[in-house]
Ligand binder design. Sequence first.
Ligand code: AMP
Length: 504
Amino acid sequence: MRLLKTIQQFSIDHPNRLAFVNRGSTLTYSDLWNQSSQLASYIIKQTKQKRSPIIVYGHMGPEMITSFLGCVKAGHPYIPVDMSIPIERIRKIIESSKSEIFISTEAFDFETIASYPINHISENQLDLIFNSKDMVVEDWVKKEDNFYIIYTSGSTGNPKGVQITANNLQSFTDWIVSDFPIEEQRVFMNQAPFSFDLSVMDLYPALSTGGTLFTVTKEMIGNPKALFDELTDSNIQIWTSTPSFAQMCLMEPAFSDEMLPNLEVFLFCGEVLTADTARQLIERFPNAKIYNLYGPTEATVAVTMVEITNEILQSHNILPIGYCKKDSQVYIVDEDGNELQDGEKGEMIIAGPSVSIGYLGENELTDKVFFDKNGVKAYRTGDVGYRKNGMHYYQGRMDFQVKVHGYRMELEEIEANMAKSQYIEACVVIPVYREGKIDYLTVFIVPASNSFEKEYQLTSAIKKEISKLLPAYMIPRKFNYCTQLPMTPNGKVDRKTLIAEVMA
Ligand code: AMP
């Protein structure tokens, strides 16, 4: 595979170049390559089925990326699982993926998954494997094989695994490296945990240009002073994040080109980039270029892009999401799948070599949204948009999928899991907007009979239960209680009335 060959070449030509740096821990290209080869050899000996997925658990340490490469050099796709994911959700991922190995790069209580037929590699064992000197045996993933599987929120109540092949990833990485002003040996900021595909936007472009990945961990985000100190020392040149993260940084007056004098490029994706955020960034970083990218995990990170210049800001209140990459197509279609004219609003369909082969082990779900368009793999995004002179504009969703501070989630998944609480009879989750973006989620609950005297006691009991099922970012911020939910005449929950109530 070309991407792996490129990384291998850097490890030969520039063995001491840094592939990774974070809080004093570093990883050279030579160590990345040799340690991942040792892990690949170990995996080949341990696995019974070729290409079975391998879970890689942890946060944003160098062992994560070494493990990713170890898996694919052994011919197995990896499933990145961040530490923030609760154990019940991890169990669902193990069950649905039928993974053979669980690699832990951080402390993990394996007892909690002891009942599954899965091999455990603890962080201590991993260290021994990385440093072993065994004969190297490799069997790299082939072009059509899965490279990674990222689990994303599912409307059925369970997460679904998006399969990304080596070909999908190569198409995405080639685009970033060729169509953006990204030179070799740059320092890339990685803000999204590896279980979100936004992290792919910096990881593989960095590794395929001999660059260095600088990760922003959750401890850093939780401690703004430390975050900005570390950013000051980071020498970041390519910034990749959600617009929400940049907005948070803009609240710090010192966040400017004095703090990051070498910053060349901002890459944003995953949610609406507002004109206001872009304007502030241009003011504070006059020498950097800002790009808005658009795409879902199912089409490998992003497929459209545009540089947000002063001219674009002057002529647009709502920023465009850009032009489609050359090897792909975005079609705008009506309800019957007919292609629409320029300027007409419809569903955005993406077709091209970076479109996933579907959801792992979920044929029905896959057939609903993936199809063949003139011999090319296509995906119904569920996003509404239109096109004018080749430029695309995003207009929201057709369903209950939302983005809250950059995190993708299905309101139905939150509702399905909340409904499992013994204290909930019925519930509905409503997004609360501020300045055109979702600020937070609020939930309306019809409580089951209980003995709590105060609402806050009930809320904390429910939160305790659902935090075992859902990651913290999916738990609504505000809880409202009612005796019944409003209904539409045809018997559905009347979300519009509730939305009007929260916006009043
Ligand atoms: P994810 O799979 O987490 O990358 O989420 C994909 C969804 O995020 C898309 O289907 C869109 O709804 C939304 N999205 C991605 N990029 C943008 C963007 N630049 N502007 C607005 N929404 C976006």
